[in-house]
Write a protein that binds this ligand. Structure first.
Ligand code: 5GP
Length: 179
């Protein structure tokens, strides 16, 4: 029987072990080290969910690089679309720089699509997405995801930085909701 944990009112069963996750993180870091050789990328880790992934991945990156932690904030403003989304916490100039976004999970892809639109206004040299998890079955937008550790089914997951109602982030494994 796989390990089951309780997070608030829900039960989750382990889906990916610490060893599996670490092996995938190391694989992706090696790809980045190879692809970005000779460059000095800026990593933008999207809070809150990517904090553990970013900490593990970045310790495997051997390139000279900078790291910044950002958030995507939504607020109602005076615009035709109604919603304005802004990247907050970007406290450095990314003009002309190669940018790698570190995200916890791409589900519909809408969050990443907004993020890329917003970052493009800062005129980076290039933008790549690096996600810990991807649910290919849920993707709604045309998104070029260059780096992905694990492709997962359409279930709700927690752990290794991802939460359920604020809880469950502090595990070494990734867990799936038990129905
Ligand atoms: P998207 O815009 O791609 O639909 O959603 C991305 C965001 O939704 C992620 O950054 C994450 O916060 C949240 N999300 C999507 N699926 C899951 C999931 O299975 N578990 C958790 N904890 N968050 C998820």
């Amino acid at each position: 029987m796989s390990k089951v944990i309780q997070v608030k009112d829900l039960k989750f069963a382990v889906s990916y072990s610490e060893e599996q996750i670490q092996a995938e993180v190391k694989r992706v870091a090696a790809e980045i080290n190879r692809d970005y050789a000779g460059q000095e990328p800026v990593f933008l880790a999207v809070l809150n969910g990517s904090f553990i992934f970013a900490a593990d991945l970045l310790r495997e990156v051997t390139l000279p690089c900078e790291v910044s932690f950002v958030r995507l904030a939504s607020y109602q403003g005076v615009s035709t679309t109604g919603e304005i989304r802004e990247v907050i916490g970007l406290n450095m100039d990314i003009t002309g720089r190669p940018v790698i976004i570190l995200e916890d999970i791409v589900d519909t892809g809408l969050t990443m699509a907004h993020m890329i639109d917003t970052l493009k206004r800062h005129n980076p040299g290039s933008i790549d997405i690096c996600t810990l998890l991807l649910k290919p079955g849920k993707l709604q937008v045309d998104l070029d995801i260059r780096y992905c550790c694990l492709q997962i089914p359409n279930d709700f997951i927690v752990g290794y930085g991802l939460d359920y109602d604020g809880y469950g982030r502090n595990t070494k494994e990734i867990y799936t909701l038990v129905n």
